[in-house]
Design a protein around this ligand. Structure first.
Ligand code: ZN
Length: 598
């Protein structure tokens, strides 16, 4: 059987270079092709990882073999004799969960950034040797990854094995002087690997993660579909991101999101961290194993379009926080506050009126992942609105079955039917939901997934004893957004502002807002309102002294041209949601929020 053997060496950490070899035992006699993926599963954007290949050569047992570039990410070697070896250097300086990064403090890579795929070898087993670096800066380095180790030294350098190329690139690798903590959930060993500069209570994180992991495993049913799982966490001053894999997740988080030693209670930032971990772990089922066919068939060279990201990201986003209340980490009240924020976020973005979440899913590559200044007007988030659609579907299923069935049942049936091997086609989720609910949900999905009208949350929530109230908000992005902070003239007036070196930059202007009617635009630098300098500190005070309907003079720079505008101040919208428990004794409230698996 053919196989592909790779090696990777953090060869010049100060220059951010990995050296990689790819050995093909019996290359295509007509000339072996190689290609590097242009995107990484889970992150729907063309990233052209091949641009970071700095040098590349090929050789066989006779010597050098010519390599011809076919396109941006493909090569063809001249016919070779015996084993063909391609050797190349990859520049790694992207500190995100999607690519690779190497310096004298650590190395990190995703296989999609560094491992060439020989043509026709998609299904061949892969061997990987992670070579111990010789640079003195890397002296104490160890390796952390969920990839199956075959023969490694005490630090984890050595030989690993993957079933095929897809498996090879699904195990990100961290190397450095990280801390590793081990905990068990439902009998499965989990690792928490923390790298970067931080000080935290790792034992507490493990205890909290353990509860979340047990929740998710029991939610879908024991045994867990993996025999090991690794949380690879990179801690930085300011960062946020996660990417799901079948046996691990890569997370990039802010130092302040980790719990302080000796402190109890869950602050908002730590809550966000736990929510992110919960999200990526839920993906180990929903999207990594219950897979949309269109993504499962993707060849990673060009975009793969599916209308189902709302389900894979939205349902996952719904359960990430719901699991926290179900496993007792937060109270129902705190959970409802998190949910209220999502309802508010969706309500405040006019893009929900022009784009459906099915379309947002399909066009993720060019819209959601390439957001510009017009994004709030033109795009709906399949994460945020997807969460609300999942909630609405959950409630709708409870309603039509008298509380007997819910979204949990849908997820478990999808898991049993599609968890191993058989991917999910575009109509499958809706059809299965109708089957479980015992009713035709076509009109629900038309509205929620393929429509832009408001979701019927206000009428659905009371059946679990929860009421939805709307209140007026200032709809601003910085500072206080409480009810009466600035009277009835919201600070934003439809402008989102970024304060940079004392200057107020308009980053977004929402459609049909006072700012847009006045002629202001994203990119303008706001100089003065009402003849007073516009600053982060002054703006609320200036606006508080005006009433709805007042006209104020605004001056701003557009590029380097000074412009004058007249803005008629508008009232704050009723777009801030508040969820309150109306009926504590409602029979379905505990069923919804408790961890009793029906
Ligand atoms: Zn996700």
């Amino acid at each position: 059987m053919t196989h592909t053997a790779y090696s990777i060496t953090p060869v010049k950490p100060a220059a951010h270079l990995f050296r990689v070899t790819c050995r093909v035992d019996s290359p295509d006699p007509g000339g072996q092709q190689f290609r590097l993926p242009n995107w990484i599963p889970g992150s729907y954007m063309i990233r052209d990882f091949s641009r970071h290949i700095v040098t590349i050569d090929a050789r066989d047992e006779r010597g050098d073999v010519a390599l011809h570039k076919i396109d941006k990410s493909r090569w063809r070697a001249e016919p070779a004799q015996g084993e063909l070896v391609v050797e190349y250097e990859v520049y790694a300086w992207d500190l995100s969960v999607r690519a690779s990064h190497l310096d004298t403090t650590h190395g990190y890579f995703n296989g999609t950034s560094v491992f060439l795929l020989p043509g026709g070898r998609e299904s061949s087993p892969c061997e990987l040797t992670i070579v111990t670096p010789t640079d003195p800066a890397c002296e104490d380095w160890r390796v952390a990854t969920s990839m199956r180790a075959i023969a490694v030294d005490a630090n984890g350098f050595g030989d690993y094995r993957a079933d095929n190329y897809e498996d090879l690139v699904d195990h990100p690798v961290e190397m450095g002087t990280f801390e590793r903590h081990v905990f068990t959930a439902c009998g499965v060993e989990h690792q928490l690997v923390l790298s970067g500069r931080y000080s935290t209570d790792a034992a507490r994180i493990c205890a909290d993660l353990g509860k979340i992991c047990e929740h998710h495993i029991r939610f879908f049913g024991e045994p867990a579909p993996f025999d090991r799982y690794v949380f690879l966490v990179t801690v930085v001053g300011n960062g946020y991101g996660g990417l799901e894999h079948r046996f691990s997740t890569s997370l990039l988080v802010s130092r302040d999101s980790l719990p302080v030693k000796g402190e109890s209670g869950i602050g908002d930032e730590y809550l966000e961290f736990l929510g992110l971990c919960s999200h990526e772990y839920f993906h180990a089922w929903n999207v990594k194993r219950i897979r949309p066919l269109r993504l499962a068939r993707a060849t990673l060279d060009r975009e793969a379009h599916t209308s189902l990201l709302w389900a894979f990201e939205g349902i996952t986003s719904y359960y990430d926080d719901l699991a926290l209340v179900r496993c007792g980490l937060i109270t129902p009240k705190r959970y409802l506050k998190l949910l209220s924020k999502i309802i508010t976020r969706v309500a405040q973005a006019p893009g929900r009126k022009v784009q459906t979440i099915a379309d947002s899913s399909f066009d993720a590559w060019t819209k959601f992942y390439k957001q510009d200044e017009n994004a709030p007007n033109s795009i709906v988030s399949y994460y945020a609105k997807g969460t609300l659609v999942a909630l609405a579907l959950d409630l709708r299923m409870r309603e039509s079955t008298g509380g007997e069935k819910c979204l949990d049942d849908l997820m478990r049936i999808l898991w049993h039917r599609h968890g191993v091997g058989c991917g999910i086609d575009e109509p499958d989720i809706e059809a299965t939901a109708c089957e479980i609910a015992g009713t035709d949900l076509e009109s629900f999905f038309e509205l929620a997934v393929r429509g832009v009208d408001e979701l019927p949350l206000a009428s659905l929530l009371p059946q679990v004893g929860v009421g939805l109230k709307w209140r007026r908000s200032a709809a601003e992005v910085h500072g206080d957004s409480s009810d009466n902070a600035i009277g009835t003239t919201p600070l934003s007036q439809g402008m989102r502002l970024k304060f940079d070196a004392g200057l107020a930059q308009i980053t977004h202007v929402t459609n049909a807002s006072a700012a847009q009617r006045a002629g202001l635009s994203a990119g303008d630098t706001l100089l003065a309102i009402d003849s007073l300098r516009a600053s982060e500190k002054s703006l609320p005070g200036i606006l508080r002294r005006h009433c709805v309907g007042d006209t104020v003079a605004v001056s701003a720079f557009r590029r380097d041209e000074l412009m004058a505008f007249e803005m008629v101040l508008s009232a704050a919208q009723n777009d801030t949601a508040e969820l309150l428990i109306d009926d504590e004794n409602h029979s379905l409230l505990a069923y919804w929020l408790s961890d009793e698996i029906a």
